[in-house]
Write a protein that binds this ligand. Structure first.
Ligand code: FPP
Length: 266
């Protein structure tokens, strides 16, 4: 787990950072908690929604970078179940932004080979936003260069509850035997079914929590926390996060393999 980066490479240009990156060791799936939009706006004396608007530019940039690097999956936390407790005008503005993003970006998503997927209790979205979400899912279903999964009205615990409920229904119908239930089987009932678990989670704005995001899927994920506010998080910041990720040794609970004795030694 890293909080911020202090590796002495922060001053490098984007091209220099890119040249340090090992293109063979990139994460296959990046998940992001895009935090700090409100603060970004408040610091500037703007309404909070201006921060969300600017945050969409970061989404675009990071998505493009993932496409360029061949990172196949990007999952972003756009609206949590808890976010329904925000003031109604902010919720409405976020739903309008989502709708506008999908309307204006649909062609670009298709052109870039991006499959759009939504996870969460998406049916609770306002009808017009939901209609655009479903349309984007339908029209990009055949694309596979990058899967952009947007968590909407999402909560990790609810996702597990929903999965268990569907699994229990299948048991009742006799489609699944209880002895057959294992991690792989349960994973097939999660909304992220078919996606690899994230290798890297990025959370912006200095908070170091996972806030009910992808609770099951983050079991072995590397965490990267940066003080940068989401609207300021752009390509350079993502490259710093990727370089930080590449410095880590991922052991998945194993021990480091012992260094073999040099041949002919002892
Ligand atoms: C957290 O910042 C951010 C959100 C709750 C919404 C994120 C949404 C977007 C970037 C735009 C929608 C995305 C798409 C793909 C259309 P915050 O408001 O909690 O910031 P704060 O902690 O500074 O108040």
């Amino acid at each position: 787990m890293t909080k911020g980066t202090a590796t002495g490479i922060e001053h490098l240009t984007e091209a220099e950072l890119l040249s340090l990156l090992d293109l063979e060791q990139l994460p296959k799936h990046i998940a992001i908690i895009m935090d700090g939009n409100g603060r970004w706006a408040e610091i500037r004396g703007f309404p909070r929604i201006a921060g969300h608007q600017e945050g969409i530019k970061s989404v675009r940039e990071i998505m493009t970078l993932c496409g360029e690097l061949g990172i196949g999956a990007l999952t972003i936390y756009a609206f949590s179940q808890e976010n329904w407790k925000r003031p109604v005008p902010e919720i409405n503005a976020l739903m309008m932004l989502l709708e506008h993003y999908l309307q204006s970006e649909m062609d670009a998503l298709i052109e870039k080979g991006v499959r759009f997927r939504a996870i969460g209790r998406v049916n609770t979205l306002p009808p017009s936003a939901l209609q655009w979400v479903r349309r984007a899912e339908r029209e990009t279903l055949h694309l596979d260069k990058l899967t952009l999964t947007v968590a909407l009205s999402y909560g990790g615990r609810s996702e597990i509850v929903d999965a268990v409920r569907r699994l229990a229904e299948d048991c009742t119908k006799g489609l699944v035997q209880t002895e057959a239930i294992d991690e792989t089987l349960l994973e097939g009932y999660l909304s992220t079914q078919g996606l690899p678990d994230p290798d890297l989670l990025i959370r912006t704005s200095g908070e170091a929590r996972i806030s009910n995001f992808l609770l099951w899927q983050l079991a072995y994920t590397e965490m990267y926390f940066t003080p940068t506010l989401w609207p300021d998080f752009r390509r350079r910041d993502a490259l710093l996060a990727l370089l930080d990720f590449q410095r880590r040794e991922r052991r998945f609970g194993r021990v480091t393999p012992p260094t073999p004795f040099p041949s002919g030694g002892l």
